[in-house]
Design a protein around this ligand. Sequence first.
Ligand SMILES: *[C@@H]1O[C@H](CO)[C@@H](O)[C@H](O)[C@H]1NC(C)=O
Length: 296
Amino acid sequence: MFALIAVAFASSPLAKGQSKFLGNIIAASVPANWDTYWNQATAENGCKWGSVDQGGAYNWGQCDVTANHCKTAGIPFKYHNFVWGSQEPSGSLTKERIQKFMTAACGRYSAQYIDVVNEPLHSPSNARASLGGSGASGWDWVKTSFQMASTTCGSSKLLINEYGIINDSGAVSRYLGIVKACGSLIQGIGIQCHEFNINNLAAATCSSNLATLASAGLPIYPSEMDVSASPESAQAAVYQRIFPILWKSTSVKGITLWGWIGGQTWKANTGIYEGGRERQALTWLKSYLDSADGKV
Ligand SMILES: *[C@@H]1O[C@H](CO)[C@@H](O)[C@H](O)[C@H]1NC(C)=O
């Protein structure tokens, strides 16, 4: 009888007791039922350089919301991010200014993970000349960023993050070229997995690109997953096709979704919970992670 009662309730959070996390983002405040589902958090915007550095003065308000919640819930906090060509502060963008920002961030938080460089292929930082430019390795500015983070934030796992990877074998090899240029400084590979990369992604393409990426021998973190297919049964179908491939890969050590509440996500129709109701994708995720196949 007790066993019957136990199976009637999905575990909470969804990846509870598993060897990898299933996380999500937090914006300005923590939604009431956030902990029912997720066990890792990334601030949606609050920790970005341009959000924090307001003309040299630091505003940690929204970054604190996520970091504090991680502490309270006892779950990993991913700091997102240090060096990125979007949402940078105004004024001159120099290596010294980035160093000061890293020192302040890692003095304030002990993040389990840090996205040190975000989108080096698609949106390289405008501070890159000051960080050494392309240089001899072709990616000296990325390498310098990781050297700085390694010295400043040595207890965090240092990640690189990019989009347009899981759907594109050419991008996988360009991305691996950056990882290689940085020697052993990069400790994990983030792949964003947004809707524009996975809505129409074939399972076979996903598997083969993931396998190539895994050849680097580093942990892989699908970091910003969302799906916008419509109607909701189509959205659930994309989750069913792609999520298990990522979740079951031994190289993947945790997955972060990029939003979940309909109307509060950056891309239309990516919500998997709406009007107090779990959409089919979330219902499926829940049952999948509770099934034998979804246990990792
Ligand atoms: C992968 O997605 C990106 C958008 O992020 C797109 O520009 C690129 O053409 C896609 N690559 C393939 C091979 O489909």
